[in-house]
Design a protein around this ligand. Sequence first.
Ligand code: AKB
Length: 311
Amino acid sequence: MKKILVTGSNGQIGVELVRHLRGIYGDSNVTASDINKPSVSDEGPFAVLDVCDGKAVAEFLEGSKVDCVVHLAGILSAKAETNPQLAWNVNANGLYTVLEAARARGCSLFFPSSIAAFGPASPQKNTPQDTIQRPTTIYGVAKVAGELLCDYYHLKYGMDTRGVRFPGLISYAALPGGGTTDYAVHIYYKAVAEGKYTSYIAKGSFMDMMYMPDALGAVVQLMEADPKKLIHRNAFNISAMSFDPEGIAASIRKILPDFKLSYDVDPKRQAIADSWPDSLDCSAARDEWGFSPSFDLDAMTKDMLQRVPKP
Ligand code: AKB
């Protein structure tokens, strides 16, 4: 049985991925870790771990006999722009530190890249798996560096590194913090609580998105994929849908017909959204490891509106 360490486990993905992995590999085989203690503890082990502290990470991997690291710790796009130096340290240096510790112990490593690894010079529609990547955010720059670093560790050291480019992820268990795509989560909370939402992203801004259950499934599917079938190792484009604020509002109105959408566009987050693709080509993920999300926009809306906490 795999022994897994998840870094950044208090974040939007971490909270749900730890539960999902524990359901598959067993509570005691999945250690959650973050720089802060979680506000609510689940079953299973937890460690306070700073991903920039190489000695602490190496000692932990050795002491706990970990053989697989799921490295989620990082600062999201909009927050990263408020402190690029900190964002580079956590997102790029943190990955390097964890890669080095994982290499020394012979661990495999999963690293989430993002649609943010593309930029204004990338093709905006049906963005290919392999194409020009000149991001204009520090978050995107660190993601490209991370993709390349993970490929390098595989080529140079034979390390089993794997990863995807996540789109905006929508979930009800934990809120995202500091991302550009967060509006697509907040809109459901506000729809349920107030029947209305003011979007900081403009009408007509399309971005890739995916429902969290599909994201969790994709992580495990890629980690368990037959390495012989993988032409790429890292940074597979994955997405389940692409919509703008009008599209998600129309989907909500099929269930809550009186839902109202207005706009108060935030120029900073809008500029980030404008630099990202409208829609990704996910054929490499489909062909190499069978990526196949189950939730489309309406199925996700139905589930979200049933599950987001009522005030
Ligand atoms: C963000 O908006 O920063 C993230 C992402 C797409 O990587 N959700």
